[in-house]
Design a protein around this ligand. Sequence first.
Ligand SMILES: NC(=O)c1ccc[n+]([C@@H]2O[C@H](COP(=O)([O-])OP(=O)(O)OC[C@H]3O[C@@H](n4cnc5c(N)ncnc54)[C@H](OP(=O)(O)O)[C@@H]3O)[C@@H](O)[C@H]2O)c1
Length: 288
Amino acid sequence: MRCPGTLLPGSGPRVTLMGVFSTTQEPHCRDVTKGLHVEARQVDARVGNRLTGARLGAYVTTIGLIGSGHIGSTVARLAVDAGHDVVLSNSRGPETLTDLVDDLGPRARAATAAEAAAAGDIVIVTVPLKAYRDVPVEPLRGKVVVDTNNYYPERDGHIAELDDESTTTSELLQAHLPESHVVKAFNNIYFVHLGALARPAGSPDRSVLPIAGDDEAAKGTVAQFLDSIGYDAYDVGPLAEGWRYQRDTAAYAGVYIQPGEDFPGSGRQATPELLREKLAAAVRYRDM
Ligand SMILES: NC(=O)c1ccc[n+]([C@@H]2O[C@H](COP(=O)([O-])OP(=O)(O)OC[C@H]3O[C@@H](n4cnc5c(N)ncnc54)[C@H](OP(=O)(O)O)[C@@H]3O)[C@@H](O)[C@H]2O)c1
């Protein structure tokens, strides 16, 4: 078949977010710079803006990781277990990731940050926020980039535009990567709970993870990835709304902590209703 512009013929799943995902193997034009073709037409009316997931069959992609610490290695483990390939990187070089790669198995390899960025269909940026300017710009052009980062001034130093709340953490990364599609995800869940609470699609005790982003198709791509690794996505809105689950807000971390257990405990399911309640209770730092 002939496809216009930069689109290429593809026969992978086409995903439509209409409350539930639907897939087809029919030939269609696919923008390879954006991974799988995703349309976000409407969301599940029953639960507001929850993006629910049904079984997606043979959805497999390559996940690039810039940062392979607590969150990066946990996402990598979930991704490998779901059948994705992962390319890991850190600040010290691929040779320092040998143990992690061995542990993850043949779907994992280590590379430089630029190589991981180039290799990933989706690239996860999961570094201390102070390092965000080191994230390579050129290989991420046109790609979906997931931002897990949080602002801890005692670790990251003070960043004036975050202190005065004229912007948000993920908008900073988006400004650094103007031609990428940044989606904020994984920010409000402790890595132990992220590993422990993943459930297959359709499980009654599956949790939601909030996502925010300015590009609907990119959010659809990330929702599809989350679905494949054990979570439903809850669309909070544009990146500017990402403050609703930033550090110290009601929806931060505690939403996945089982009350009454010593931390970290077994974790608790975050239903869309619970997350919605916590997001609605969010206040800006200046009002705390
Ligand atoms: N820990 C959590 O449960 C959690 C939960 C949600 C969100 N977050 C946020 O997610 C981010 C990552 O957290 P984490 O706990 O995973 O951190 P971490 O365990 O300290 O790991 C950070 C990773 O980033 C790498 N890194 C640092 N500077 C880099 C650079 N310039 N280029 C490439 N890689 C670089 C580190 O590599 P080297 O070791 O080689 O320096 C390391 O692999 C943070 O912003 C954090 O606030 C954390």
